[in-house]
Write a protein that binds this ligand. Structure first.
Ligand SMILES: Nc1ncnc2c1ncn2[C@@H]1O[C@H](COP(=O)(O)O)[C@@H](O)[C@H]1OP(=O)(O)O
Ligand SMILES: [Mg+2]
Ligand SMILES: [Mg+2]
Ligand SMILES: [Mg+2]
Length: 408
């Protein structure tokens, strides 16, 4: 008797839950299915299972990542407007500026304060600054002054860096070897430094990987328009500004969708869901590629576009702003075919963008169709090239990629 009534209680509960679930899914039209499912799961799962495993929702990680990136852009925006950017050339001949070092220090400080056990794979290191104290002190001046105007938010980040020496040690804490175990942040303090120097697009990029899987991704793009659907043409190439109406912060958590909001501190809590545009005819798609011909093969990409019947010229843009732009539906495809066979892409150049595009309804693979593997260390050594497209057309784009690469 007891068993019977318990069973019938359980089946009624299950039936009602399923009904509510179905109604909720059908009636919510404003966000993606995974996002809706995660909201519903929060409603129905016992509170205990959420509150005892806060890492499952990654709410704090997203909040800290967004605020840390936002604070770092205060510094990068200042340097963007300065004539002397303290540019050095690294061993691989790529440039680094006081903006890159300063942003890395600020972001790592926030991660270490909030998540002291986590590892960090950051692009820059402080060795040259320890020898060049003049440059170090210039960066220290900028770092000291980069504070969020919202005192509570600044406190959430753990406050300012206490000294110049602490700043150097924060920069050097981005020295994790990466890998497929544990919590590891991937940080590119300025992605697209060349774009940053010539007045193009750049992005401050931060992602959290857990056991090699990207869980949280944030892109701060000071020179992109706030409007998700603003035409890309005006925002590619040189002579960009971060004037009024510019600056967007894109974010995503695995399984919870992707969002955008203005980069200003007044926009805290004003995130809107973003989605990739549906492409009904691939010939009408807009594709993005690097400005730098050395970073991806413009000629292969142009042949792929031709193969797909695309006649519109590509939109050339520096940095992960390309991932961000397609994720918000301002563009459709991002193609990055290798120029040099021996170049291994760095995880910090892709982790945040990869998650944001996938959470916005896209698919991101390498040129062979493999998912990007972030668990192999500091580089994507298992992958060559990047093909990012809305889920519905990714297979078609990949076929064109294989056909063009196969015929070479
Ligand atoms: N040979 C290369 N192939 C692909 N990407 C490269 C190459 N050299 C540098 N990069 C990286 O490409 C990123 C910029 O991409 P994009 O051209 O799409 O904006 C930078 O992070 C840059 O790294 P680095 O920071 O070392 O300069
Ligand atoms: Mg980069
Ligand atoms: Mg960089
Ligand atoms: Mg660099």
């Amino acid at each position: 008797m007891f068993t019977l009534s318990k069973n019938s209680y359980l089946s009624t509960t299950l039936l009602v839950s399923l009904l509510v679930l179905a109604i909720s899914l059908l009636s919510t039209t404003s966000s993606s299915l995974p996002h809706r499912l995660s909201l519903l799961a929060r409603q129905f799962l016992p509170i205990r299972s959420i509150s005892t495993s806060p890492t499952m929702s990654y709410a704090k990680e997203l909040r800290v990542a967004e605020l840390a990136v936002q604070r770092a852009t205060l510094l990068t925006k200042r340097v963007f407007h300065e004539k002397a950017k303290g540019t050095l050339s690294k061993d691989d001949a790529s440039p680094v500026t006081i903006g890159d070092f300063g942003a890395q220090a600020l972001i790592i400080q926030a991660i270490r304060k909030n998540f002291p056990q986590d590892e960090i794979v950051g692009e820059e290191e402080a060795a040259t600054l320890r020898e060049n104290r003049e440059l170090s002190s210039k960066i220290w001046t900028l770092v000291k002054e980069a504070r969020l105007s919202d005192a509570t938010a600044e406190e959430e980040l753990g406050g300012p860096i206490p000294s110049e020496e602490d700043m150097l040690s924060a920069i050097d804490a981005g020295n994790s070897a990466g890998g497929a175990k544990g919590r590891i942040w991937a940080l590119d303090p300025i992605d697209g430094t060349k774009g940053f120097l010539r007045g193009g697009q750049y992005a401050v990029c931060l992602a959290l990987m857990v056991d090699g899987d990207v869980k949280v991704g944030v892109l701060g793009c000071p020179n992109l328009p706030v409007d998700d659907s603003a035409s890309l043409d005006a925002h590619s190439g040189e002579n960009q500004t971060d004037a009024e109406g510019k600056g967007v912060l894109l974010g995503a958590v695995q399984g919870q969708g992707a969002t955008s909001r203005p980069l200003g501190i007044g926009a805290l809590g004003k995130s809107q869901p973003i989605h990739m545009k549906e492409v009904s005819s691939i010939a009408d798609a807009t594709f993005c590629e690097s400005v730098e011909a050395a970073h991806s093969s413009h000629s292969d990409q142009s042949q792929i576009a031709q193969e797909l019947g695309i006649t519109k010229p590509s939109v050339r843009m520096d940095s992960q702003a390309k991932y961000g732009s397609i994720a918000r539906g301002a563009g459709d495809l991002y193609l990055r075919l290798p120029v040099r066979k021996d170049y291994q892409e760095k995880i910090w150049d892709h982790a945040a963008g990869d998650l944001i595009v996938r959470e916005a309804g896209g698919e991101v693979t390498d040129a062979q169709g493999k998912r990007l593997d972030f668990g192999k260390g500091r580089t994507l050594r298992n992958n060559k090239g990047v093909v990012a497209a809305p889920r519905g057309v990714h297979a078609q784009v990949l076929e064109a990629v294989k056909s063009v690469l196969g015929s070479k």
